[in-house]
Design a protein around this ligand. Structure first.
Ligand SMILES: Nc1nc2c(ncn2[C@@H]2O[C@H](COP(=O)(O)OP(=O)(O)OP(=O)(O)O)[C@@H](O)[C@H]2O)c(=O)[nH]1
Length: 477
């Protein structure tokens, strides 16, 4: 009986498929949970937190700029022909230092002077590129704006200006004032958000153009650069807080927006879903690896265990339980092999049939247990008196059979006689059975045209004659 590896392969595959399916279901569930958590909880909560911080960090400067624009001191100073420049410079210096702004400025529409804490810096003029902001601001309907500009007076550094119009009692623009914040300040704030929440944070205007974003971090230039966002743009540019999803370069993103009235900008908080599902993915790979290792281990245990049982069953099927000798079935198989070999090598082969004499008497007088012991002891005696290459088997009952390899009839006679006398003189057998144990032997040498049946028939006939002639003897045919 051959060991069937296919069944082990099927079991292993099923175990692996089952464990991998469970792992995948687990993974998909946790991915969905992470997405839902991001969408319904993390993003909305974060945008509110960020909004609160922005209020502190940007809206506060905006309020200061607004306060300056409404300050009667500045309006009065304009109406007094901008006399005593020192006063306004001190004013700007105080604002700049008190609120720790990068700069505080004032532009007079009448004189076109640009004042800062450092004094009159220059005049705004239409033909000067760095003055354009003023004239553009003048044209705009809004009373305030946020402008990111590089300022030639400030080492060409990028500055975020919060500009407010100064209006007279008739709502005519008589100048502009405000403060400037280093973009590094905004940058640090956006960077802190990104690092703390793992979200990209930026601001867009009402056209979807990105107006404030962290430096050196790739964010969109315009929301409509992404086709999916372009379609959703009319909804994104809306009030309140809402989550949108889109795909870009094969990555899934979730985007939350909140309109910030004070800045007239939309705060955008964007999450790359993969950043949040990385852990689940790593867990998936780890679980699959563990499943594979466990499956291999289980298969190994199954193979080893089933093989052990298989060998045991094989042994049981081909060996006699009492003596441990090969049984009649094995003998048949073995003899068939030996006959083929004999044909090929033209070697000699002899077969001995052995029967214990008067064994019934042993059983009847000493009991079956003693009979069994005699059978076991006899098996050992037979095995120890033939060569390792010879084949000793239990035929059944108190009968044994031996195939003698490379033995012609004469050599077989010698071995048979040795067996007979060893048994007859065996003190151990006599001691177990409390009587004299002898055996009768039927011997035959295998001829060229012999079959298993013809060999067995001859050996059996010889044995029968040995019994008939008085037992404890060898007859050869
Ligand atoms: N204890 C034991 N006895 C067995 C076993 N197999 C067969 N026998 C006994 O062997 C005996 C064989 O008896 P018989 O066939 O009359 O042979 P015998 O008494 O040896 O007589 P002869 O063969 O003519 O010498 C019977 O009593 C069977 O019960 C076995 O496995 N164990």
């Amino acid at each position: 009986m051959r060991f069937n590896y296919r069944i082990v392969f099927i079991i292993t595959t099923l175990v692996f498929i089952l464990s991998t399916t469970l792992t995948l279901i687990n993974y998909l569930t946790s991915m969905e949970a992470t997405r839902e958590q991001l969408k319904n909880s993390a993003l909305p909560l974060t945008i509110d937190n960020i909004y609160t911080e922005i209020q502190k960090n940007i809206i506060e400067p905006n309020l200061i700029a607004s306060m300056m624009a409404h300050d009667t001191f500045l309006i009065d100073w304009f109406s007094h022909e901008e006399a005593e420049v020192d006063k306004v410079i001190r004013y700007l210096e105080t604002i700049q230092n008190k609120y720790q702004m990068f700069t505080a400025f004032l532009v007079s529409d009448k004189s076109k002077n640009y004042y800062s804490a450092a004094g009159i810096l220059n005049k705004v003029e239409l033909k000067k590129p760095n003055s354009l902001w003023y004239f553009e601001f003048q044209q705009r309907a809004e009373v305030s704006e946020i402008n990111i500009d590089n300022n030639s007076h400030m080492g060409n550094e990028l500055i975020m200006f919060i500009n407010h119009k100064i209006l007279d009692s008739d709502y005519h623009m008589i100048g502009a004032t405000g403060i400037g914040l280093k973009t590094s300040y905004i940058n640090d704030m956006l960077k802190a958000f990104r690092q703390r929440y793992q979200f990209s944070v930026f601001f867009v205007d009402d056209t979807g153009k990105v107006v404030i974003a962290e430096e050196n971090v790739k964010v969109l230039q315009h929301l409509s650069d992404v086709p999916e966002l372009a379609i959703q743009l009319p909804d994104i540019i809306g009030k309140g807080s809402q989550v949108f999803s889109y795909q870009q370069a094969g990555e899934a993103y979730l985007l939350n927006r909140k309109y910030i009235d004070e800045l007239d900008l939309y705060l955008i908080v964007e999450a790359k879903v993969n950043n949040f599902t990385k852990k689940a993915k790593e867990t998936l790979y780890f679980n699959i690896a563990v499943s594979a290792a466990a499956t291999v281990l289980i298969s190994l245990v199954i193979v080893l265990y089933v093989r052990k049982i298989h060998l045991k069953l094989n042994k049981l099927a081909s060996n006699d339980v009492l003596t441990g000798l090969p049984n009649r079935r094995s003998f048949h198989e073995h003899l068939a092999q030996l006959l083929l070999l004999k044909e090929r090598n033209n070697s000699n082969l002899s077969v001995l049939f052995i029967d214990i004499d008067n064994f019934k008497h042993v059983n009847d007088t000493k009991g079956h247990d003693v009979g069994d012991k005699v059978l076991k002891a006899l098996a050992k005696v037979l095995n120890s008196h033939v060569r390792k290459s010879d084949f000793v088997a239990r035929w059944g009952g108190e009968e044994f059979v031996i195939v003698l390899i490379d033995s012609d009839i004469n050599q077989a006679q010698v071995i048979a006689e040795q067996l007979r006398s060893s048994v007859a003189n065996n003190s151990h057998l006599a001691q177990i059975s409390q009587q004299h144990i002898t055996i009768s032997l039927g011997l035959t040498s295998v001829a060229h045209d012999d079959t298993i049946d013809s060999i067995l028939k001859r050996a059996d006939d010889a044995l029968y004659q040995a019994k008939s002639l008085g037992k404890n003897r060898i007859i050869s045919y």
